[in-house]
Structures are given as structure tokens and as C-alpha cells.
Write a protein that binds this ligand. Structure first.
Ligand code: LMR
Length: 334
């Protein structure tokens, strides 16, 4: 009789093992923007390719629009392994202790995405990812979004127009300095809370690429949008390092390929997504779009570029100089 029980036990264990062996590896990918945005679409693209290239061994579950975690929570969730992948804005790594990422927040430091890609794909991008590893985080890719416009419930044409305005920002000391340079009052706030804060007047204005402005319906509660392109917003796709290193080597290689393809896709669609969103904002008639004159934009640039020097102690003069070298930016030429 005992032998029979033993056989039954072994058979049951084998079944459990076989079932476990068939269970896919689940990657929870959490982010805070709408699905219909560059990051939203790129995360879905990655999920699809990851499933295809691993032959179903990996299942990526994308949780969009802060449905699983919102800003600050998501980074903590990644570090404890409650989620496996994020793509936070480059402006949100200061609280993690990697403040050098805020070099990307310096106003007017990039003229276009090509200059940006030289930095993310070069030594600066690599050195920043290396700084994440002691935090238990592995950087996988940089995904583009775009350049930011300011919005508020009053016209923003000259630096003086910002005086006294409560302006929502991401959790970045560089962005705080940017708003203070304009005489505005910076208010760090989770992305998921911005629409309501604008609607109720908790804050007067903010800054965003047009895909975020539109998909969060901020244009419905902001009377004016000024197309300044004064600063950049992009992403670092990151994973929990322990999780990533423990993956079977073949699966990790297939996921790297899926990420490579998703990055190409993300960077290809970013500009068209933002241009399309701006057209929809214009068509809505809900807000007034203002294009600053060359003189007005230069006046804004002259005020904001002073933040570069002010932030040397936080970001590192060498890091800023390295970016200048890659992009050819020279503040002395202003
Ligand atoms: C923001 O908080 O404004 C952005 O980082 C949101 C995003 O992920 O694009």
C-alpha cells in the first residue's frame, strides 16, 4: 500500500512541476501615461514582441495610466520586485539618489531629438545606467517622448508672465530651479493628480509634451498653451536587476531583442504622436495656442539657461560639459 502512495506522490509532484514548467514568466510593466502615447504604445509593442520572441515563455502585463502604481510608488515597487519593469521620465531619478539624470531636465540644453540620442546612446547614457545598478536597477533602453510646452490660465509670452504662478513639475530639482528662475512657485506632484489640480486651481499651470497634455485632457483646464520647446521629456526603461539577472540566458536574449525593436518603434513614433496630439488640441478649440516670436523665445532662453550653472553642484560640471560636447551647445554664445 505504501509503495502505491509513494507512486501517487511522485506522479503528483511531476504534474505540479510540469504545470510550473509551462507557467509563463510574468513581467508586470507599470507606467503612468495613457495608452495612446509614445510610452503607452511602445510598452504594448514590447509586450507583444516579448511574447512572440520567447514563444510564450514570457507574458508582459502592461498597467497603464497609474492603474497599478503612481509616480513615487512605482519606483519603490520595482526595487522590492512587486513589478518587474518601468519606464519613468528621466526627471524622476533624483529621489532614487541618481540626481545626474536631471541633466536631461536642463532647459534648452537640446535643440532636437537627434542631439538627445547622441547623449543617450553615447558615454553619458551608459554612465547613467551604471549608476542605477547599485540601487538594484538595470537600465535597458532610453525611449523618446518630446519637447515641452508651458500651459496656464493666463497668456505666457514673457518671463515676467510666470511670476507668482504655481506650476506643477516632476520630482526634479532642476525643474524646481527652472520655475524659480521665472519667479514661479514649483509644485512637485504625481502625474495622475495633475488634471484635477489644474481643474481645481491647486496649481495654475504646468509643462508637458503635447501627447501628455492632450491625453490627460489638460488642454480642457488650461486656457493658454505656449509652444516653447524649452525642455525635454524622455524615459529610461528599467527593470529589477535581480529579476533580470535570474532569467534564463536564452529568454534574456529574446527580451533584449524585443526591447531593441520596441525602442526603435518608440523613437520612430514619438514626434508624430506629439504632432498629432497638438493638432487635436488645436481642433478642440478648448485652449489658445501661442507661438512665441524668436525674440520672446530668446528672452525665455536667456533667463532659463542660467539654471545650467546653478545646477553644476547637483549634476556635476563634467556631466554638463560632456553633454555640451556631444550637442555643441555653448551658453556663452547666447
Ligand atoms: C510627468 O510626470 O509629467 C511625466 O513624467 C509623465 C510621463 O511619464 O510622461
Amino acid at each position: 500500500m505504501k509503495f502505491r502512495h509513494l507512486l501517487l506522490g511522485v506522479a503528483a509532484a511531476a504534474l505540479v512541476f510540469a504545470a510550473a514548467a509551462q507557467q509563463p514568466i510574468v513581467i508586470k510593466f507599470s507606467h503612468v501615461v495613457a495608452k495612446d502615447t509614445p510610452k503607452g504604445k511602445a510598452s504594448e509593442f514590447f509586450a507583444k514582441r516579448a511574447g512572440e520572441l520567447t514563444g510564450g515563455k514570457v507574458k508582459v502585463e502592461v498597467y497603464a495610466n497609474s492603474t497599478l502604481y503612481k509616480d513615487k510608488e512605482e519606483m519603490e515597487a520595482l526595487q522590492i520586485g512587486a513589478v518587474q519593469m518601468l519606464a519613468p521620465s528621466l526627471a524622476k531619478f533624483g529621489p532614487l539618489g541618481v540626481k545626474e539624470f536631471e541633466v536631461f531636465d536642463l532647459p534648452f540644453i537640446f535643440d532636437n531629438s537627434a542631439e538627445l540620442e547622441k547623449v543617450t546612446q553615447g558615454p553619458v547614457g551608459k554612465s547613467l545606467f551604471a549608476k542605477l545598478e547599485p540601487k538594484g536597477i538595470k537600465g535597458l533602453a532610453y525611449w523618446d517622448n518630446g519637447f515641452k510646452s508651458f500651459s496656464a490660465n493666463k497668456p505666457l509670452k514673457s518671463p515676467d508672465d510666470f511670476k507668482g504662478l504655481k506650476m506643477r513639475i516632476q520630482s526634479s530639482k532642476v525643474l524646481e530651479a527652472q520655475m524659480r528662475a521665472l519667479g514661479a512657485i514649483p509644485q512637485v506632484m504625481a502625474f495622475s493628480e495633475v488634471y484635477q489640480a489644474l481643474q481645481t486651481g491647486v496649481v495654475d499651470g504646468t509643462e508637458n509634451p503635447h501627447s501628455n497634455l492632450y491625453t490627460q485632457k489638460m488642454h480642457e483646464v488650461q486656457k493658454y498653451v505656449t509652444l516653447t520647446d524649452h525642455g525635454y521629456l524622455g524615459y529610461a526603461v528599467i527593470t529589477n536587476k535581480k529579476f533580470w539577472d535570474a532569467l534564463p540566458a536564452d529568454v534574456r536574449g529574446q527580451l533584449e531583442q524585443a526591447m531593441k525593436e520596441a525602442t526603435t518603434y518608440a523613437n520612430k513614433i514619438a514626434k508624430e504622436e506629439n504632432d498629432g496630439a497638438l493638432e487635436k488640441v488645436k481642433a478642440s478649440g478648448k485652449t489658445q495656442i501661442y507661438i512665441p516670436t524668436a525674440q520672446e523665445r530668446m528672452a525665455l532662453k536667456k533667463v532659463l539657461v542660467k539654471v545650467h550653472k546653478e545646477m553644476e553642484s547637483r549634476i556635476g560640471k563634467e556631466m554638463i560639459q560632456e553633454v555640451y560636447k556631444e550637442t555643441g551647445f555653448d551658453p556663452a554664445k547666447l
